[in-house]
Design a protein around this ligand. Sequence first.
Ligand code: HEC
Ligand code: HEC
Length: 457
Amino acid sequence: MLSWKWLVTAATLLLVAACVIEWPFARPAATQSLLAFANAAQVRVADTTPSDQVINASATRMLDEGRNIFRFDTFGSEAFWSGRLRLHQAVGGARFGGIGTGVSPATALSVGLKVDSEVLPPAITAAIRSGSLDVNDPANTLALLQLRAVVGLTGRVENNQLTSLGIQCALCHSTVDDSVAPGIGRRLDGWPNRDLNVGAIINLSPDLSAFTSHLGVDDATARRVFASWGPGKFDAELILDGKAFRPDGRSAATLMPAAFGLAGVNLHTYTGWGSVTHWNAFVANLEMMGSGAFFDPRLNDANRFPLAAKAGLGNVRKSPDLITSKLASLHYYQLSIPAPTPPSDSFSPRGAERGRDLFNSTARCSSCHVPPLFAEPGWPMHTAAEIGIDDFQSSRSPDQRYRTTPLRGLFARQKGGFYHDGRFPTLRAVVDHYEQALNLRLSEGDKLDLVEYLKSL
Ligand code: HEC
Ligand code: HEC
């Protein structure tokens, strides 16, 4: 009895003490308010310190510069396309200082060139809409070039003559939304131009000796190779290994890939040659034939890249260097282009939901296409055998593998098919391929759902 009373008294005393002085085990008041302050601070936009402002201004500047470079910088490639191939002469035609009939707007559109409607004077847009612009007159092609309206091509017109032509990244990696007419509309940067027939454009050139001497073939053979590419395709490895055709006799060219939705992905191109900025330097120097510097000693391997090794493409130093100073902003802009969102009526939301579950479970897609990147964080490379196809294209690259393609915005690159060479004409064909290659057990309904999910990405 006594000890019970004593306990109650002690507890009461402690309680009173806790109220009067502060309970020693509670959080000190100072820490509490610091935490509350930190929580509130997290929602503030970090742009208030001088250092933040410097970073923000740099981001804006690089984005603007990068967009400009992507759309309009030729990197001095006129020296090749005009100086060597004399492509400008064929485009201008005899009337404008060149040769032949010249290229009309109708012909330009038919080989997949696109017209940026935003820079057209309203009167011209109206004439296009009403069909009163003469699309068969090469003079109008010159006018479009002068307005900088031909996506990815820069032409200089002096004294009524087309004196040079250069090319830009946007030639292959932008299209337009057709809002004025087919092939004429607002720019869509990063969307691959799957109509563009690069081979047919190169073949307009009167002089292919730059290619024939590099490839070691005659003019007719070079023209046959370029003609074999077809719309939406280009062969970036041809000048490295001289392989123009696959063992089955079909063209070795690959589809123009998306240049959107690439941020966070480690390696680029279908076969993972390097980062975006590696490839930008590669393309600007070796494919667009701009004037700059490029270093990649992997190209010195004469067994695998005989033409590159012979021509010294593994270490290029051209003067003046019009490329290196552009790489940072170009890289930044490239990574800033998000994948476009598919129109909401272009897939079934219910089917897509079921498809997502399959994608992440029994169909095993997410083992490689890890959402939300849809490629593996890390080293996203696989052998041909792992994805159940031949190794022709992978064997033309340093790591001899295929890079897991990030899948967002698939709807914007359906034309020409899927996989690097467009071998699967539809998403259904891709799913059928995986079912067989990965030995999946998918019902007909499962496959339809997977396709709806892919369309929704
Ligand atoms: C003549 C057409 C053409 C031009 C011009 C061109 N590219 Fe490409 N680009 C391609 C093709 C084709 C590939 C795929 C190459 C491969 O996988 O072997 C590619 C690949 C890429 C990739 C990799 C995409 C991915 O899925 O990882 C990027 C990034 C890229 N190009 C950016 C550029 C930039 C920037 C420029 C301008 C400096 C440029 N390209 C100029 C045709 C072109
Ligand atoms: C072992 C890794 C791996 C698995 C598993 C895998 N993929 Fe792929 N996926 C790849 C690679 C690598 C490519 C590039 C192939 C090429 O371009 O030749 C690719 C390409 C694709 C493409 C074509 C994208 C384009 O723009 O051409 C689609 C669509 C696709 N995968 C969907 C799927 C689906 C659906 C599944 C599950 C049924 C799946 N993948 C499972 C690695 C994988």
